[in-house]
Write a protein that binds this ligand. Sequence first.
Ligand code: ADP
Ligand code: ADP
Ligand code: ZN
Length: 219
Amino acid sequence: MYLILLGPPGAGKGTQAERLEEELHLPHVASGDLFRDNLKNQTELGLLARQYMDKGDLVPDDVTIAMVRERLQRPDCDQGAILDGFPRTQAQVQGLDRMLDDLGRKLDGVLYIAVPDEELVRRLSGRWICRQCQTPYHTIFSPPATEGVCDACGGELYQRDDDKPETVRARLKVYHQQTAPLIDYYRQVGLLVEVDGAGDIDTVSAALLEAAKRMTNGK
Ligand code: ADP
Ligand code: ADP
Ligand code: ZN
């Protein structure tokens, strides 16, 4: 089963993907996490991506598509994956279609997490991420048991450079220009399910899980 979590920065894609990962037994493949791993390891790809990420711009399609393709070819993705943050452009939509075609697979559905912009700014300004396992926390909405420490793995929590207000504004603009059009596209091809992402984390999880299960019905 291949699912996409679509939504603006701060919608809760990472938070919800971790929960769906457990429920559906599918790996969570997040393009942002893959770029941040490359940054941490100072790979050539990481150094290239950084120039775009720092400004809140999208990394070019060709390198992004190649990176995700490589990830989806690994054995743990044999039964499918939960894609988070990819695709983000029409070219990436086509890139994904091509890679699934090559694997003899197809996309099962797109879960769109809808959240208004004002709420996104609040969420991103309080976001802390685990340096080791990338689990997201929030100072108010989802605090860790011990300040600064990841509940899941004991790793150190940090705030992303690109979560500062100027960069968040740039990222939201990029989202509305380049990624939001994918909502209509996937709706037209009959793959989109929209979920209200403005509620608390548990309410959104329940709605997403139900939608994901409906997508697998009859398979
Ligand atoms: P968020 O969790 O806030 O939605 P991500 O972690 O998905 O943000 O992405 C962080 C940054 O990584 C983006 O601003 C962009 O620079 C880069 N990035 C991630 N995914 C993609 C993608 N599919 N295409 C291009 N750039 C991407
Ligand atoms: P994305 O991956 O879409 O950028 P995240 O999952 O990282 O979003 O969530 C962004 C921030 O908002 C995190 O600090 C997270 O703890 C918090 N968050 C996620 N979902 C909710 C929710 N439903 N209500 C309140 N805060 C949330
Ligand atoms: Zn962790």
